[in-house]
Design a protein around this ligand. Structure first.
Ligand code: PLP
Length: 398
């Protein structure tokens, strides 16, 4: 047996002492993160340290995370197939609900093939790193989600990041003569401010310059488009690769990539985030299947109408008061603060007044663009939203 006393004696804690200085700097800059211990939650509300808040911090846009039908479906799948999937899809980790959900997704998206991933993060990292090759060039919006950024880095492809909203610059770059294969990568709903990418324009650029379009519909799934099919469906655009999550508007967990048969086959063979990980567990699949069928029926239509109506009302109240909420037509409403500390102070004061919205600071957002992110849900009541808007106007005093 190995003699452990012969190992080097350096104290591993002392060896990491540089982290103290780094963490202290984060504290001083107002950028230090910590975890929040949640006691309990119910639709539209959350309990922290024994106190209930109206919860505007999550992404459960339709309020499906606690929908009785989804909970029942999850429980049935759990009873029938057990707690875990026991392996990767590529070995024997699949249970019938995996194939069932992928088949439903094919109909939902109209794509030739859909492949489930354990999370949206993995769907983006896995798909991008498998598809984009080191000799390729990726054009990516500066506000794209971290999982797109990480997928791009992992791919080793040459990256050209166009400033958010500067589609003219993207076009200028695309029009430069190039021999390499090119890709356009974008969120459809930008998660930090709820703004929308001009997907129809990007699809035209994609076609004109022969650069496949890869979209992240994480914040659009369940929320936008007919039956909650996303923003591309709303604009009748068919991207070459469409990523969608169950973890936000559909109130469950996991994600999918909807694409052609050929691309799906490639991902199955090359996407490491698909291959080297355990398949989604049965309970999650049960709730996702149920959420999808609620989303495409009258329940989904009512929930979408409600949440988008609440968001529109909040934006107009804030605008009337002289504030500058971001976005339009999505449930994400952000208020900008150049100073990250100010965003945190407003989060704290709002919390003391009974509402929880989250302050996002660098590195999640670029320096100088901290914000209070308010996300609305069909689980909210009108009076909760009115109360939030009154408090925001009082606290920020435009
Ligand atoms: C735009 C976007 N893409 C991908 C993800 C990752 O999805 P998931 O939380 O399912 O890993 C998120 C989640 O924060 C997101 O906002």
């Amino acid at each position: 047996m190995e003699d452990l006393t012969a190992m080097p004696q350096e104290n591993p804690v002392t060896a990491m002492s540089w982290l103290e200085d780094e963490l202290h700097s984060l504290t001083v800059e107002g950028l230090r993160r910590s975890l929040t211990a949640i006691d309990d939650r119910r639709p539209g509300e959350i309990c922290i340290n024994g106190k209930w808040f109206s919860d505007f911090s999550g992404n459960d846009y339709l309020g499906l995370a606690q929908h009785p039908d989804c909970i029942r479906a999850a429980a049935q799948a759990l009873q029938r197939y057990g707690c875990g999937s026991a392996g990767s899809r590529i070995v024997t980790g699949g249970v019938p609900p995996h194939a069932n959900l992928e088949e439903r997704l094919r109909h939902f998206t109209g794509a030739q093939a859909c492949l489930l991933f354990p999370s949206g993060y993995q769907a983006n990292v896995g798909s991008i790193a498998a598809l984009c090759q080191p000799q390729d060039t990726i054009f990516s919006d500066a506000h794209n989600h971290a999982s797109i950024v990480d997928g791009c880095r992992l791919s080793g492809a040459h990256r050209r990041i166009y400033p958010h909203g500067r589609w003219d610059i993207l076009e200028e770059w695309l029009s430069e003569p190039q021999n390499s294969r090119r890709w356009i990568l974008t969120d459809t709903v930008f998660s930090m401010d709820g703004s929308l990418a001009p997907i129809d324009h990007l699809a035209r650029l994609s076609e004109e310059y022969g650069a496949p379009l890869l979209v992240d519909e994480a914040h659009a799934m369940g929320v936008l488009g007919p039956g909650g099919r996303g923003y591309c469906a709303q604009l009748k655009v068919r991207p070459q690769v469409q990523m969608g999550t169950f973890s936000k508007g559909l109130g469950s967990h996991g994600a999918f990539t909807a694409t052609s048969d050929r691309v799906a086959q490639w991902l199955m063979n090359r996407a490491r985030a698909f291959i080297y990980t355990t398949a989604l567990p049965p309970a999650v699949l049960g709730s996702s299947i149920q959420a999808l069928s609620l989303s495409t029926g009258p329940v989904g239509d009512n929930l979408r109408t409600k949440v988008l109506h609440l968001a529109k009302g909040l934006r107009s109240q804030l605008r009337e008061a002289g504030l500058e909420p971001s976005g339009d037509g999505t449930p994400i409403v952000s208020l900008p603060f150049a100073d990250p500390k100010q965003a945190t102070v407003i989060q704290k004061l709002l919390g003391e007044a009974g509402s929880l919205a989250w302050a996002f600071r660098p590195p999640t957002v670029p320096p100088g663009t901290s914000r209070l992110r308010i996300s609305l849900s069909a689980a909210h009541r009108r009076d909760q939203v009115d109360d939030l808007s009154e408090k925001l106007i009082q606290l920020i005093d435009p």
